[in-house]
Ligand binder design. Structure first.
Ligand SMILES: [Zn+2]
Ligand SMILES: [Zn+2]
Length: 364
């Protein structure tokens, strides 16, 4: 069955050779709606019956007679479908107007925004239901509180979207002045996170962060380059940033093994960065004395960093090589070579880079 018609407005696929049955989609304000058209056997186009999905039915409700008349008058299916689209779109627009909040909503909201001060508003949409509020914290960092205000404001609580490392659970009651109260709660939340962001800002500015590439304010994890194809991943507790973070070391054994875990020496008075350097007995390479390319962590076989969820955490143990690989890539590579030897789930072979012995376990 070939496509009968396809453009931005609709498409239609014949369902049988007789071309009496069609299925397709019609585009109404950017949304596709499904419909079916069937003609009686041997019948003409004007006797067609049209069936459509529920949302399209709702839009066309009350217009059945008009649609039937258009069907009889239309020269062909394409003309009729364009008519159908026009009716549906004008109906959809009317339905949207009905859904807008009552005038009292706007009066109330404008008063609340005045109280808040317009200078704290970074964005507001034309329907006055999406509001973005800007807040500067003590450390001079800008934060945005995105609020979707209900048409039932202030009876119904708004939906807030924030970039924070902990959930933003708001207190709400159906009184006036609630937006200001909400903004205050956001500011208080920011203050409790100052030390968390101070600590991470120091790490971000003085080390090479391999992951995430551009950390958002809500990100509490960092993978920090240690040099020679090794790195440490930390996860900081936003509520207790000075406590020892969860640490995971990645890289060749000869680099990782000497990093004696002296976690007992962690000093909560000191910064995370200083603590990490002392406990791991390392000095992190920094933008002041190195280039990020020096800490290339790409897999030496597929030249990518991330392979599905896997990162290149298997590295050659030779001092001068240290090339990282995905476990899967290295396993597949070694398995294909006649020089490799397999014992149970481990393959013994040679590093594709330096030819020194390397082993890899079968990926689970
Ligand atoms: Zn790979
Ligand atoms: Zn190697």
């Amino acid at each position: 069955m070939s496509l009968m018609q396809s453009d931005d407005n609709f498409y239609l696929i014949p369902q049988n050779n007789e071309r009496t049955c069609f299925e397709g989609f019609i585009n109404v304000h950017g949304q596709e709606h499904q419909f079916q058209i069937s003609l009686p056997p041997g019948g003409t186009f004007s006797q067609a019956s049209v069936q459509c999905d529920l949302s399209l039915q709702q839009m066309l409700q009350g217009y059945e007679a008009v649609i039937e008349k258009r069907l009889q008058q239309s020269q062909d299916l394409a003309t009729f479908l364009l008519e159908l689209k026009t009716i549906a779109e004008s109906q959809a627009q009317k339905m949207h107007l009905i859904m807008l909040p009552p005038p009292s909503y706007y009066k109330q909201l404008l008063t609340e925004i005045e109280e808040l001060d317009w200078k704290n508003v970074s964005y507001v949409d034309t329907s006055l239901q999406q509001l973005h509020l800007r807040a500067m914290d003590q450390g001079g960092r800008e934060h945005i509180l995105k609020i979707h205000i209900s048409s039932e404001h202030p009876v119904e609580r708004p939906i807030c979207t924030v970039d924070l490392p902990i959930p933003f659970n708001i207190s709400w009651s159906s009184q006036t002045g609630m937006l200001q109260f909400l903004y205050k709660q956001f500011q208080n939340m920011l203050e409790t996170l100052q030390d968390f962001w101070n600590q991470l800002d120091e790490i971000d500015s003085k080390t090479w962060i391999l992951e995430p590439e551009n950390p958002i304010r809500g990100a509490s994890k960092r993978r920090i380059a240690l040099g020679n194809n090794s790195s440490v991943q930390i996860q900081v507790d936003p509520k207790n940033p000075r406590l020892p973070p969860e640490c995971k070391l990645l890289g060749a054994d000869h680099v990782i093994n000497p990093l004696n875990s002296r976690i007992g020496e962690w000093n909560p008075e000191d910064s995370i960065l200083n603590n990490l350097e002392r406990v791991l007995n390392v000095q992190f390479p920094s933008p002041a004395n190195s280039k990020k390319e020096d800490f290339n962590m790409e897999c030496g076989i597929c030249y990518a960093y991330r392979l599905e969820m896997e990162i290149p955490d298997k590295a050659c143990d030779d001092q001068r090589c240290g090339q990282p690989f995905h476990q899967t890539c290295l396993y597949e590579w070694l398995r294909a070579l006649p020089s490799s030897r397999q014992s149970f789930n481990t393959i013994f072979g040679e590093c594709p880079y330096c030819n020194k012995p390397i082993t890899v376990k079968m990926p689970s």
